[in-house]
Every structure is written in C-alpha cells, then in structure tokens.
Ligand binder design. Structure first.
Ligand code: 9MR
Length: 723
C-alpha cells in the first residue's frame, strides 16, 4: 500500500500549479555549505561524502528515535500542505523513520513514513499540517538496529504551500461482493457501482468461468453513504456450496468468493484468538501463536516501569495498585476499564447465548484446564478489571503511560512511567456489571472466583450509588485515550441488570424498574459501545431467564430495536444496518455495524423469524468487501483485506521484521471525522465509506481494539450458530 500511495503522491507533486507560493522550510538541505544546522545524536557525527551527509549508525539501540539526524526550528502552519522529500541510502534492509514533528516535549509526530532502505533513492510525500508551531523538526530516526550500519541522506526538503494531493484508493472491480463467503441457505446480494440507471444483466460464474446463474440488477440510485450510483444484484436462489465463484455485470467481474459456512467457523475462533496476543503481563508463546512470540509486557522488567505497583497521577491517590495483566486496549499500551468492560461483556454474552462457543479451542496457555477457553480468555481481563478497584470500592478509570509513545514499540520495551487515573462512576459500574455477569457464568468452574466477583460487583454498585457523578473528563487524554463519559444512567441500568440476573435480588429489580432507561427507546443509530451500555442490559434481560416484572415489554423493545436496524438495512444498497441521520460515520464504525447486527441476532433469538436471520447474514457482507472501498475490514479474510491496523507491535508496515495483525483482526473502519494526520492529508472531503485508509498511521480509521474485535466475535458467534 505504501508504494502505491508514494507513487500517487509523486505523480501529483510533479504538477507545479502552485509553484509561486511554495516555500522551502529546510535550511541547507542539499548540504552545500557543510552540515549545519543539522544535528545528530547517539554519538553520531555527520560527515560529507560526495556532497551527501552520511553517518555511522551504532548498533544495539532499541527505538528508532534512539539514533537520529535532524533539523529544528522548522515553521509549520496548520491547514497548509507540505511536500516532504529527500534522497537516501542505507545498508540493505535497514529502515529510516522519516518524520516531521515537534522538536520539544511531548515530541508529537505530525507525519511519518518508514521506508526500507537500499541503494540511493528519492522519497517524497505530501501531508497537511494540523498544528501551527515555530518549533517543528524534520528528523531521520535510524535507531533500533542490533548491528551498526551506514546511513546517507541528501536534498532534504520540506516545501510549504503545495496543493493537497488527490488520493485515489484502488477499489478494484465495480461489482462488490462479500469476498469471504455467502452462507448456502442465506440471502446473497451484491452491489454494482455503475453509471447505468436501468437494470443491467448479471451472470454468476463458477471457478472455470462458466455461467451458473443469471438475472437483472435493481437500480438503487445514489447511495448517500458513498456518493455512488449503485444497483443491487440478488442471486439468493443459488444455494449450492462452491468456491472461486465470480459475479459479472456491466463489463466488470467481481473478486472471487465462496458459498460456504466454513470461513465463519474459523473466524469464530480467530476473532477470539486475537485476545491472547493483546495480553499484558504474560509472555506470548510462539508454539501457540507462530510468529507472534514476545516477552511479557509491563511486568516491572526494565525498561518497563510497571504494572506491579502503579501510583496515581500526582495528587490523585496515595496508594499503589498491582494492575498487571489484562489486555492492551488497542494499538497503544493503555488499559481502560470502560473499554475492557464492554469487551468482557461481549465475550461472556457470546459464551452465555451461543453454546457452540463453549467448545472452541483458542490455543491458550490455559487450554485443557477443563474451563471453556473463552472463559479463560475473558478471565484474563476480568482479573485486571477487579484489580482496578480502589479500597473505597470505586474503580479507577484507566492506567496508561504518562506520555504518548511512538510506533513501533513492543510492550516490554515501553519506557514510560505508568499512572492510575482517577476513579469514575462509569468504570465502577463497568466492574459491577461484568463481575456480576462473571459470577453467574464461572460458578460451575471456579465457585471461589465467582463469589469474589459477586462481592466486588456488589461493593462497586454500592460505591457508584454513593458517588453517582464522578465523570472521566475529555481533557484527560495525554499518554492514553480519555474515554470520557458524562452519562451514566445507562451504566447504572446495565449493572443493575447483571446483578439482578445473577442474584434475583429485588433491590436490583427495583432500581431497574425505576431507571429512566427502562422505558426509554435506547436503540439509537449506534446500538451500543463502550460509552452506551443500556442495550447490553436489555439483550441480557431479554435472553437470560429471569422473573423481572413486565419482562415482556423489555423483549418487545429489543424486537422493536431489531426492526429499526432491519429497516435501515433494507434501505441501504450495501446492506448496512447503520446510518446516522446526518450521514456521518463514527469512530470504530465497523464495530457499530457489528453491534447493530447483534441486536438483529437477538431479535432472531426472540422470535425465530427468518427476516432477522436474513438481515443478520446479509449484514456481514459490508464487513467483508461488499462496500465502497471493496475491502474486507478483517485481516486474513477476503481477497483484499485490511492488514496495516494501527498498532505498536503488529507494525509490519513500519518494520518488516514485525508481523501484521493476526488473522481475524477487525479494523476501525470509515470515520468521517478523520482525526489523524494520515487521514487528514489523504482523505480530506471524503464521503462516508471513503473515510478509511489501510495505513498504520491512520489511528482514527484503522486502529484495532479489544472492543471492536469483541463485537466481531459476538456477532460471528450468532452466525456460526445459524448453520
Ligand atoms: O474508540 C474510541 C472512540 O470511541 C473515542 O471517540 C476516541 C476518543 O476518546 O477514543 C477511541 O478509543 C481509543 C482510545 O482512546 C485509546 N486506545 C485506542 C482507542 C481506539 O482508537
């Protein structure tokens, strides 16, 4: 992908349309008058060889930034587009992390690329600055190599005032299909992007190219989520399992796909296997995850500084907590209770509602201990969540690095001090809800743990009731995400629901019935996520046997919610059960699509009606390639799939010696707000589905997270049970 992007950028940068406004920001970038004002660290000296600047890079450093050459005092203006270029060479296979960033603490990176070096070559990209500063920096970070090597650079240039380049994603054939598989007994719909406004003929071809079915498309007009004129193609009458099928229409032939259920059976476990390699506090074994082995992260071994006895931020508390373990949240090394909470709920709900999950072999260190693997995995996070409970019974919102770190950075190499952030009502209720849920599910396997969990849940619930308005602030986002949430009536409702389902205690029933969430329509455009948790409560109340007075009304609400998402899906020519009234796509949209389908799945459980079953199955298509970008959002699934999700350790795009994310990893998906610099420079003005790029730098469209994969795992659990 990077090569494609670079080639595109070079092509556009060659157009000298704005030449008279272009201003060079780098001084002496051609090294014609010596090496000043460039600097070097790590004991390197910059020497001139044939007019080029060269340095002997020492071996044995850990991070890219441990050895660097750069120039400071660079002016940057927010909103202005820059062309960043240089010529470079290096001993084959070594990587330079070329950045434009802030020269002073906290050393923000505004733009970065990490080409693998070899012979002399020109590199060039453009990006749009998001910050105005007089303290910018252009730097070539060359550390992180075990052995010494030689790096040379010339013609360093950062030119402001260039036109923003137009990025054209490679979207392949205009016939868009679920590239993984259509289920033999499910609906089968494809989307055709075309200028035609009247039906066109389509054919379904077998692997030898022979037509096995044919028909005419249905024009659907302009799709607001992509701006494209589209048709749908329905080939649902074909029910025979086959692989290597293609669909042709309007002179285009789709990428190959299968009619089969097999891939989803594998994805069911892959989406859950994701969690083991996200684990903190335990070495990852190569025999269990070939190619993914790494030392334990954050177990008090230098350069790590935790998580065995983590203090609070200054002034927040006077104790330390042992918060080793748990899952890293995402591509960062933070651990956040509210995101852990919803993730655990999804895994435990998959266990509770979908019986096939109990037999899955997830290749864990605990496999074979007579406890279902999915419960072993969820417990790794549950123990962490419980450890975040303060002596007061309230729960700390999160623990993470004091300052943001760069990429790549394996967990055990993170040198930042770790800090506990204040307690919050939302985090406390997340522990109450998930520990109560755990108490009823782990009893047959470990009654002692179940009792401990229930006691913690009750204590947390009481502490939250006594402190109902401790909100995590939006401003607390340095070194980790804020996960701010100032609406907690939903979290109270969720915690009361799980406590009631586990204990049958009337006290919790009374709180449920008195909650404003009980009668409210909680099925909004986003059914649920880490911040919005009334729907998980309703799903569990509807599906787990209980005697709540007026329970049938809750079941009706869930069915009405499922109907709402089905109606949205029917209108959507890509079959998506998600649409914001203003057409925007939210951060983590792929997981929103999945969670809305989880509601449809619950509708199916409650009614047994085929409409919900069909909606659930059809809803998979968008995730796996029947979309505007013709990409599967799940690594390893589909002909063309996301594989450069933002992560500090699955950072193959930045360092070829590191792996891509494991198969079954869900990317965040289109995000209209494009908060990161890569998306901001390449996707300006994007429409809905186009606000996505499979680039490791695009943390706002292409991260991986524990809550997004949980949505995928939970959804695929329902799908697998349909077969
Ligand atoms: O997924 C989160 C999204 O809903 C929020 O709007 C955003 C800002 O708070 O944070 C996202 O979560 C990130 C978290 O803050 C830090 N770890 C990575 C998460 C995914 O990008």
């Amino acid at each position: 992908m990077i090569a494609v992007v670079a080639a595109l950028l070079m092509a556009t940068a060659a157009v000298p349309a704005y030449a008279n406004q272009e201003v060079e920001q780098v001084v002496n970038g051609g090294f014609d008058s010596g090496t000043e004002p460039f600097w070097a660290n790590a004991g390197m000296t910059i020497g001139l060889t044939d007019g080029r600047a060269c340095a002997d890079v020492p071996g044995g450093t850990v991070n890219r930034w441990d050895a660097a050459i750069g120039q400071n005092d660079i002016d940057l203006v927010a909103g202005e587009t820059y062309r960043f270029g240089f010529d470079a060479s290096g001993d084959a296979g070594h990587v330079v992390r070329a950045i434009t960033g802030l020269a002073v603490s906290p050393y923000d990176t505004y733009f970065e690329q990490s080409p693998v070096l070899g012979g002399w070559q020109h590199y060039e990209w453009t990006f749009t600055a998001t910050t105005t500063t007089g303290q910018g920096q252009v730097a070539f970070q060359v550390g992180g190599s075990p052995d010494p090597w030689r790096f040379c650079v010339d013609n360093v240039s950062l030119v402001g005032g260039v036109p923003p380049e137009v990025y054209e994603p490679d979207t392949g054939p205009r016939v868009r299909v679920n590239q993984v598989a259509y289920l033999p007994t499910g609906p089968k719909v494809a989307t055709l992007v075309t200028s035609a406004t009247t039906p066109v003929r389509w054919t379904l071809n077998d692997r030898s190219g022979k037509s096995v079915s044919a028909g005419r498309s249905v024009p659907r007009g302009i799709d607001p989520s992509s701006g494209q004129n589209v048709h749908t193609i329905d080939f649902g009458s074909v029910r025979k399992a086959a692989s290597g099928l293609t669909l042709s229409a309007d002179g285009e032939t789709s990428r190959p796909f299968d009619i089969s259920g097999r891939a989803y059976r594998k994805l069911r476990s892959d989406s859950l296997k994701f969690y083991y390699t996200q684990r903190s506090g335990i070495p990852i074994r190569d025999d269990l995850r070939p190619g993914y082995a790494r030392p334990a992260g954050h177990v008090d071994v230098a350069p790590n500084q935790g998580d065995g006895a983590v203090p609070c931020q200054p002034g927040v508390c006077d104790y330390t907590l042992d918060v080793r373990g748990g899952w890293y949240d995402a591509g960062d090394h933070g651990k956040y209770v509210v995101n852990g909470g919803i993730s655990v709920w999804e895994l435990l709900a998959e266990y509770e509602h979908n019986r096939g999950s109990r037999k899955l072999n997830l290749a864990l260190p605990e496999s074979g201990n007579r406890v279902p693997d999915i419960l072993d995995e969820a417990r790794w996070e549950l123990e962490f969540l419980l450890s975040m409970q303060a002596p007061s019974g309230l729960v700390h919102h999160k623990i993470h690095d004091r300052a943001w770190t760069g990429l790549p950075l394996l967990p055990h190499l993170d040198p930042q001090p770790r800090e506990l952030h204040p307690v919050s009502t939302a985090a406390t209720l997340n522990v109450a809800a998930t520990a109560a849920q755990a108490a009823r599910l782990y009893t047959p396997y470990d009654a002692t743990f179940a009792r401990r969990a229930l006691a913690a849940a009750r204590t947390a619930y009481d502490a939250a009731k006594a402190n109902p308005a401790l909100y995590a602030p939006e401003s607390d986002g340095v070194g980790g995400g804020a996960y701010n949430d100032a609406k907690v009536t939903d979290d109270f409702y969720w915690a009361a629901a799980e406590l009631y389902l586990t204990t049958g205690d009337r006290r919790y029933a009374a709180d449920l019935l008195a909650s404003p969430e009980h009668t409210a329509d909680v099925f909004g455009p986003v059914a649920f996520d880490w911040a919005t948790t009334a729907v998980p409560a309703k799903i569990d109340l509807a599906l787990v046997p209980n005697r709540l007075p007026g329970l049938s009304a809750v079941r009706k609400q869930v069915i009405a919610g499922a109907d709402k998402y089905l109606a949205i899906q029917r209108e959507h020519p890509y079959g998506v059960a998600y649409a914001q009234p203003n057409g925007s796509w939210d951060w983590g949209s792929s997981s929103i699509v999945a969670n809305n389908l989880v509601v449809i799945a619950a509708g199916h459980r409650l009614t047994g009606k085929a409409a919900y079953r069909d909606g659930l199955i059809s809803g998979l298509d968008w995730l796996f390639g029947r979309n505007a970008l013709n990409i599967s959002y799940v690594t390893g699934y589909g002909e063309v799939a996301a594989q450069n999700q933002h992560s500090r350790w699955y950072a193959a795009q930045l360092d070829p010696s590191l792996p891509h994310p494991p198969a079954g990893t869900l990317a965040g998906g289109p995000n209209s707000s494009i908060q990161d610099p890569v998306a901001q420079s390449l996707l300006q003005g994007c429409v809905g589905q186009f606000c996505y790029i499979d680039d490791i730098g695009s943390w706002s469209t292409n991260e991986l997270t524990i809550n997004w994969n949980a949505a995928l795992a939970h959804l695929i659990g329902y799908v697998a049970e349909l077969e």
